[in-house]
Write a protein that binds this ligand. Structure first.
Ligand SMILES: Nc1nc2c(ncn2[C@@H]2O[C@H](COP(=O)(O)OP(=O)(O)OP(=O)(O)O)[C@@H](O)[C@H]2O)c(=O)[nH]1
Ligand SMILES: [Mg+2]
Length: 598
């Protein structure tokens, strides 16, 4: 089992790591919390164990000594080494920052960031018996611990809590094997529990220490069950057993191990004996374990078997955990899709309403209608409309020439009316979209995020809308000017004035679906008919149809752009979540690729 650093499996798992990292669960949805934890543990397991181990299968074996607090882990490690490399103590929990004890020749491997890259190394000086560098503080050797009794302050903890790994080297540690004294798995200190978790995930072999008093506790068994699930190599130490109880307790423990599928795991029993002056268990009591570890370190085939078992278990577990990540990512995508669809639908409907409202005569009311009537003198024109177009044209021309610029007021009224209609549509769309998003906690959280307030229209909406309308009016004027450059109509356009004709075209556009033909002279339709006839008289029927259609199309496009920009604020907030649609497929593919190479 010697995989080169660039093995296909290693490459596939690195791909898988990238794919796992690209999963995102920003919305508080049912599967999100668990998925974030799974993502973290999968990522840790890959970078802390699987990838470094796979790239160096021949690297020293990492034996993590884990178990409940006060089980005697630190004391056991010290006793195996023959000196105090890790500080035991009477105040629980004692070991806060993990201590890695190794042969000086294996130092390079563990000092580098390949193993447990998240933990900074603090190094002890290479110890001679009795001194062990920074890995320990002077303790009170030989204080037999009675858990729960107050300890000497100096013995409680190593003073270095948190994310660091203390390295202690000692010649007595067999080459090719390192012992890591971990914090307690059942700690009252959360960081300890998490650290123990992370360290156990990085182990080639779990050396699980339990005591006569604690061996039936639930939490350590939870860890052991996990080890079985992941087929991690496990050995057990039943520590601190009164000599007369050894048979009974070890039989019971073996029974429990059998039930949990750990019947094959080596079990070492260490009797409770008085500690020596150094606070160490006499050598003969730990000898079987020491020999076993020594043999394991010396036997490269046995070491490889341990590595293979744990590595394969870890990879299988990893591969098995990606479907839940895919599921949770899809759950996010679905929720985002629904929020997006809500916003899309509401803004599309708003756009449709504006398009309809700018065509069905709705705008020809109030100020616009008043200005228009002032502009063309509707009543009289209407009455004469069907009699004689020529007469109408003369009359109109007189009317227009007689009053210098009523079209400017009309143009303004059009701008105001159109702006009000757009604003109402945008306001109602913002209101409806936020109401729709508020239906779910995830949507509510998004609305309440920092950033532009999504419950209202954009602060500069009025301004943007007014500019868009003025630009449209400019476009309509330009249309009229171009059409008027035709030889036949130029004189008439000049006679009526580009602005007057332009604003008339706008009125015609506003009534384009309002039944302007035939006898249905509603107020809006009726007033627009006058404009229609006027334009037809100037440009001809066909040209008026074309002009109106172009003006209409241009207005629709501007409305769409305006509302589109409003909608974009919601979509941007969704995009900013960074939940990408291609992730499930990539993760599934990376998982399949890794599974195929396993
Ligand atoms: N008499 C006797 N005392 C022991 C033995 N093992 C541990 N102790 C004492 O029990 C107490 C706890 O031991 P530690 O080695 O610190 O236990 P630990 O499992 O490392 O504890 P945490 O680091 O808190 O998880 C200390 O006071 C030790 O001196 C033993 O075999 N015999
Ligand atoms: Mg300890």
């Amino acid at each position: 089992m010697t995989a080169p650093a660039s093995s296909p499996l290693l490459a596939a798992l690195d791909q898988l790591r990238v794919a796992v990292a690209s999963c995102a669960f920003p919305l508080e949805l049912p599967a999100a919390h668990q998925a974030r934890r799974t993502q973290q543990s999968v990522t840790d397991q890959l970078s802390d164990y699987i990838l470094p181990r796979l790239s160096r299968l021949d690297a020293p074996l990492l034996v993590v000594v884990g178990g409940s607090t006060g089980a005697g882990k630190s004391t056991l490690v010290n006793s195996l080494v023959g000196r105090r490399v890790s500080q035991p103590g009477v105040l629980r929990p004692t070991t806060r920052s993990p201590v890695l004890v190794l042969n000086p020749e294996d130092r390079a491997w563990f000092a580098s960031n390949r193993v447990l890259p998240g933990l900074a190394r603090t190094t002890g000086t290479t110890g001679t018996a009795g001194t062990a560098g920074t890995a320990e503080t002077p303790g009170t050797p030989g204080t037999p611990g009675t858990p729960g009794t107050p300890g000497t302050p100096g013995t409680a903890g190593d003073g270095t809590a948190g994310n660091s790994l203390q390295l202690a080297t000692d010649e007595t540690v067999p080459l090719g094997l390192a012992l890591l004294d971990a914090p307690d798995v059942d700690s009252v200190v959360t960081e300890n529990r998490e650290m123990a978790d992370q360290l156990l995930a990085a182990a080639d072999l779990w050396l699980f220490v339990t005591s006569a008093a604690r061996y039936a506790d639930a939490v350590p068994w939870g860890f052991l069950r996990r080890a079985v699930e992941r087929t991690v190599a496990v050995a057990l130490v039943l520590d601190r057993v009164a000599p007369q109880a050894i048979d009974e307790i070890s039989a019971h423990l073996r029974e429990m191990l059998d039930e949990q599928g750990l019947g094959q795991a080596p079990l070492f029993v260490v009797p409770e004996v008085p500690l020596d002056d150094e606070g160490l268990i006499p050598l003969n009591a730990v000898m079987p374990l020491r020999i076993w570890l020594g043999n394991l370190a010396a036997d490269s085939a046995a070491r490889a078997a341990v590595v293979r078992q744990t590595l394969e278990g870890a990879i299988v577990h990893l591969i098995g955990s990606t479907p839940s990540l895919v599921g949770a990512h899809v759950e996010q995508l679905d929720a985002i899709g629904r929020l997006r669809a809500d916003a899309d639908r509401i803004y599309r409907a708003a756009g449709a309403r504006v398009t309809e409202g700018t065509a069905d005569g709705s705008l020809l009311r109030g100020e616009v209608l008043a200005r228009w009537q002032e502009f063309v003198g509707t009543g009289e024109l209407l009455r004469s409309l069907e009699r004689r177009i020529g007469w109408l044209r003369d009359k109109l021309s007189a009317a227009l020439r007689g009053r210098p610029a009523p079209e400017n007021e009309l143009t303004e009224a059009v701008e105001t009316g159109l702006e009000a209609m757009l604003r109402a549509a945008a306001e109602s769309a913002a209101e409806q979209t936020s109401a729709a998003w508020r239906q779910t906690p995830a949507g509510t959280a998004l609305l309440e995020q920092d950033g532009p307030a999504l419950e209202y229209i954009s602060p500069d909406f009025r301004e943007t809308a007014s500019r868009a309308i003025r630009d449209w009016q400019g476009y309509v004027m330009q249309l009229v000017r171009e059409e008027g450059s035709d030889k036949r109509s130029v004189a008439r356009v000049l006679a009526y004035g580009v602005n007057g004709i332009g604003v008339t075209l706008m009125i015609v556009v506003f009534a384009s679906t309002a039944g302007v033909t035939g006898a249905e002279f509603g107020v809006a339709g009726g007033t627009a008919v006058v404009g229609q006839k006027l334009l037809e008289a100037i440009f001809g029927d066909q040209a008026v149809r074309t002009l109106a259609a172009r003006a209409r199309k241009n207005l629709d496009a501007r409305v769409e752009a305006l509302l589109g920009a409003e909608l974009l604020r919601y979509l941007q907030r969704l995009d900013a979540l960074g939940v990408y649609p291609d992730v499930p497929e990539r993760l599934a593919a990376a998982t399949d690729a890794a599974a195929a190479l396993r």
